[in-house]
Design a protein around this ligand. Structure first.
Ligand code: CA
Length: 233
């Protein structure tokens, strides 16, 4: 039963220990939750409960998690965070490309999951209106002026090629969210290309220009086997 206007999260997870762990973590952080233990139940509850966000385990007893995403995305833009096992990088990529917003890897920490939830909720709230109005993006000492197409790092201008700039802005507009290689390539080069090598080269150039310590990147993280994520500040 929905008691007030706290945000409602649908937990889709067939393992009771994990389901209960997430549930108690959510309620102690001021979220409400409902639980589903199968894909079919998840789809039914997504329609009946209209959650603000869905946490989706990919290994479900009836239908595959990716099928759940596909079905949900045919009618809903609710943020979906996938919960996936370590080593299942292809599964994560597929989930993201089907329209999931983000993922966490089992076993995950409370802090990490809550941060992902906040990011996904914020992006879903910002989606329609704000993207046009944002004129500047700031990350620590890195400033991107979208109107003048200027980037500065600690006060000094940094020069990018048009493609590098496009990639940087794409990541920056989606800060906190992982973007898959495929997604970035399609956004930058269009739908009919396979520019994996070009993406790697451009990314290396961008990092050379903005990261001081290459072993510990401050602004753009590599999500191994999946894609890249701009760090939120
Ligand atoms: Ca499972």
């Amino acid at each position: 039963m929905i008691l007030d206007n706290k945000l409602l999260i649908l937990i889709v997870e067939d393992e009771d220990t994990i389901n209960n762990f997430i549930a108690s973590m959510l309620s102690s952080n001021d979220y409400q939750y409902v639980k589903a233990r199968s894909g079919a139940e998840a789809l039914a509850m997504a329609a009946s409960e209209v959650p603000d966000l869905i946490l989706l385990d990919m290994g479900l007893p009836d239908i595959d998690g990716s099928e759940v995403i596909q079905k949900l995305r045919s009618w809903s833009s609710v943020p979906i965070i996938v919960v996936s096992a370590r080593g299942h990088e292809q599964e994560k990529v597929k989930a993201l490309d089907l329209g999931a917003d983000d993922y966490v890897t089992k076993p995950f920490g409370t802090h990490e999951l809550l941060a992902r939830i906040r990011t996904a909720l914020r992006h879903s709230n910002n989606r329609p209106a704000n993207s046009e109005e944002i004129k500047q993006l700031n990350f620590g000492q890195l400033h991107i002026d979208l109107e003048r197409r200027l980037v500065t790092l600690a006060g000094s201008d940094v020069h990018f090629t048009p493609i590098e700039y496009k990639i940087l802005v794409l990541l920056a507009r989606n800060a906190g969210k992982v973007l898959t290689h495929d997604f970035i390539i399609k956004q930058v080069w269009g739908p009919y290309t396979n520019e994996n090598q070009a993406l790697r080269v451009n990314m290396a150039n961008i990092r050379r220009k903005i990261e001081k310590n290459h072993a510990e990147p401050k602004y753009i993280r590599t999500e191994v086997g999946v894609g890249y994520r701009m760090v939120e500040n």
